[in-house]
Design a protein around this ligand. Structure first.
Ligand code: UTP
Length: 299
């Protein structure tokens, strides 16, 4: 399999795009007034897990693609002066550390309006001027991946190995492939697959594999030209998968089958699973969470 495309130093993945402009219809009515990315998993919002994962992969700048009603996400990553003053005055240092611990350094985050939710591809395209001419990551901020080696870090490592566009994939049951973007693998080397194609939401029985695109990507900047064509695909939306499929005519794409547990928190049951699983894993809450869950199951 082809390794490192360029012999010159490979550009570092420094920036990440987090598209948060979707309507979150699968978790309505709660997401009517609270952005779904701010729904809590245990005691912090979904998006906070995603930023933590991106930092662990070396990301230095976060580009949020936002829309109407999503302003609270920007506020979450800013100081809350009264709250912090009050916690300080009352000596609640643990809570103060928790609140301040997630704050970015000034200038580390950008917020761009998508203006109309025309699809994930359109959302990513809105980041073009801030990303410029360098490779970048995309993280879907409603998918939490719990992994010893954070998922995006695995993807960045695959990029460092190949120098190519990388898509994180996970195996899904054959009966579920119609719900996802699905890749067509060509060659396999452990968890790394060279790709020959991809398709968004294939009709039942037509999927080229059971490897579903899972919400973490490292893309080369040439993707913006493909996205700029604004062609609509599945569901009448401008799809990132379609633009990647087009760019594949010019550049290699690889898929990385990551190690980790995936929770689709944009879905009611996925959000519930994430809350239960991550509470059970917490040293401070795990025993009480287990007792509570077992009692519910016995009832
Ligand atoms: P989803 O389809 O999972 O999110 O898009 P959604 O549209 O918010 O949710 P449902 O299906 O109505 O429940 C994946 C990610 O892409 C973002 C979403 O915010 C989500 O994080 N997205 C989607 C945008 O930013 N803009 C869009 O136009 C579409």
């Amino acid at each position: 399999m082809r390794e490192i495309l360029e012999t010159t130093a490979l550009a570092k993945v420094r920036k990440a795009v987090l598209p948060v402009a979707g309507l979150g219809t699968r978790v309505l009515p709660g997401s009517k007034t609270v952005p779904k990315e701010l729904l809590n998993v245990v005691d912090r919002p979904i998006v906070s897990y995603i930023v933590e994962e991106a930092r662990a992969a070396g990301i230095e700048h976060f580009v949020f693609i936002t829309g109407r009603g999503k302003g609270a996400i920007e506020d979450y990553f800013d100081h809350h002066v009264e709250l912090e003053a009050q916690l300080e005055a009352k000596g609640k240092t643990d809570l103060l550390d928790a609140v301040r611990g997630e704050l970015p350094r000034a200038g580390e985050m950008s917020f761009v309006r998508q203006m109309q939710p025309l699809g994930l591809g359109h959302a990513v395209w809105c980041a073009r001027d801030i990303i410029g001419d360098e490779p970048f990551a995309v993280l879907l901020p409603d998918v939490i991946v719990d992994a010893p080696n954070p998922c995006l870090k695995q993807v960045v490592e695959a990029y460092e190995r190949t120098g190519a566009n990388i898509i994180a994939v996970e195996e899904v049951p054959d009966s579920e492939t119609h719900k996802y973007g699905v890749i067509a693998p060509k060659n396999q080397d452990g968890r790394l697959y060279e790709m020959s194609g991809m398709v968004e939401k294939p009709a039942r029985g037509t999927a080229p594999s059971n490897l579903a695109i899972a919400g973490r990507y490292v893309l080369r900047p040439e993707i913006f030209a493909a996205l700029g064509r604004h062609e609509t695909g599945a569901g009448g939306e401008i799809q990132l998968t379609d633009a990647m499929a087009r760019l594949m005519a010019e550049q290699p794409f690889y898929a990385w089958r990551y190690e980790g547990d995936t929770y689709d928190c944009g879905d009611k049951i996925g959000l519930l699973r994430a809350n239960v699983a991550l509470a059970l894993k917490r040293p401070d809450l795990g025993p009480a969470a287990r007792t509570a869950v077992e009692a519910l199951l016995r009832a």
